[in-house]
Unconditional design. Sequence first.
Length: 368
Amino acid sequence: MDRLDFILNNFSISGFYVKLVLSFVFSFLITWYSIPTIIKISRRKNLMDEPGQRSSHERKIPNLGGIAMFFSIAVCASIFAYQLFDLYKFLFASLVILLYVGVMDDIVVMRAYKKLLAQVVVSALLVIGSDVRIRSLFGVFGVYELNYFLSVIFSIVTFIILVNAYNLIDGIDGLAGVYGVICFSLFGISYYRLGEYNYPLVILSTTIIGTVIGFLYYNLSDRSKKIFMGDTGSMLLGFLLTFTSICFMDIFIVKKVQGAVFYHLNTAPVMAIAIMILPIIDTLNVIIIRLAEKRSPFDADKNHIHHKLLKLGITHKRATLYIISYYLFIVIISYFLRHLEVNLLLIIILILGFIGAYLPNFFMKKKN
């Protein structure tokens, strides 16, 4: 028990709920107050995102919103959820390296292999240094417990894939931010229901939610206030979502840790996939399209789900609403079917996910 908890308990006040509220309020305020300064500096130094092959905007926009997000999360998490940095000693170092890589990529555009190498390093730091890894697949494809070597390799690859997949959905106003709020809300609620041992992860989730809402105020604003999170922000959110997903799965594996309670859910990895279904499906979808067209899977194009909706003449905000609503529907379905056989549930989720990805194609053909 820390000093704040001790003082609050003397007044019969739960330290956890105070930290929960303060982490949300301060993370929101730090982001909200930081971004105008970043916008001003970005405009003065011409640190702007220019329209490109993947982008859906038509003018220069400041793209260093991720710096404010990192600042907010780093300050609030280290104060209100400091236990995480005791449990996962390489977490903060990984985030700092990711910040550097993201800022460099947003300003000068790093070469792909350098960015990939940095992602391997930060993923390995957390997987090997802090033992944050996927230990079991719970019977997915008939695979249960993974040996240490396979677990490490699979976890690092998972981090890299999901970080980049999340980066790819950051193509229209609000999508990556709103989806992040929903994902961390779902994980936060899950952690809260799964016992006090997981409370630091609940506070981390509320910290990120407050941070992203503070960012969205500007991201969804008019021209003078608009800012993008950039690779700095999208990689940060993707990395932390992958981290929380793996921690979520780990809850359902027997732990010999004081204060930890064992819960059992056969479909834990599929539930984690369901929460992160949008970036997973969107990335698989564009890779399939590129391979079918005999192009490199790494080629930039406008075949993402949000691009297809924009081609239908839908606004950014409405496209975000449609995408979020559909993929939240998949999460709700997976929750009510969570006690199904794990592979059957995975198939259902993937089918529903790809239906959502190809619905815009159907409406485009109907329109033409």
